[in-house]
Design a protein around this ligand. Sequence first.
Ligand SMILES: [Zn+2]
Length: 281
Amino acid sequence: MNDKSSPSEPLTWGVAATVSRDAFVRQRAGRKRPGTRHFVPGAKIWVLPVIWGDGGDQRYVVGTRRGTGGRSLIRLVMNTDYLVNYRVRPVYSPKLYAAMGQPGGPRLYPSREEAGEVVRWWKWERTRMPHLLLQERPGEMHNADETCEFCDGRDAARAGVGVEGNPYTEPSHAPAGTVDWWSTDHGMWQSGWLTETHRVVVHRLSDLGLQHIALDRRRMRARAESTARTVVGRTVAELEADGLGRNRLRFIRGDYQPRVMDGIVHAWLDETDRVIRTQAG
Ligand SMILES: [Zn+2]
């Protein structure tokens, strides 16, 4: 018999994620504030498997509703753009287990391995595709608090760390220069470091793909710097009317200091929803 009360035997394996500190949506009161309508920034939530018909970036999630002191578990469909750092985690709580898998509702992951596949897919989609330019159309840049080896390598180069500072082991399973090689943790860190180090004189990069990435990063940076010059002093409502999406402009309230992101303008708001300062990446 399967003893589900044993602490070493989880009820199931789930995919957990965190509500990004970049999440910033209009609340009921009308003003924009950090978090989503139902969750505070930093909240751990559980992302359920795709079910037929939930479609696109909308997924069923289970989490603790904001303002309930951790007492109220809710399940709802939300946009996954504001979720970061997907990971496989065991589920021990019968209450959580029940909230995830009610009859007729979203199902559970069939196995720990399949949950792991989903986590690998998210990592690919969120960090590999945008940085390595593996999309047909320009994709969305990930949130600033997403774990990203490319951004780590880029920031290390900015801080003066040498290429020997790459903390990841060089892959041996894939030939150098292939997508499989560049998309490892080692390759991502390396590409962030190299494209930052040679951002001014890109022809020093002998790798064709890296030159393209470096040139694209220069275009994104020039665009962000020009956008940043135009947003200070303007209000959220005015800027929203301009149609600048999250891939160009992200609003911040308070003392949150996100890392610099390629192509993104971070805009801090005052109490009247007016931009007082910016950071462009
Ligand atoms: Zn990144």
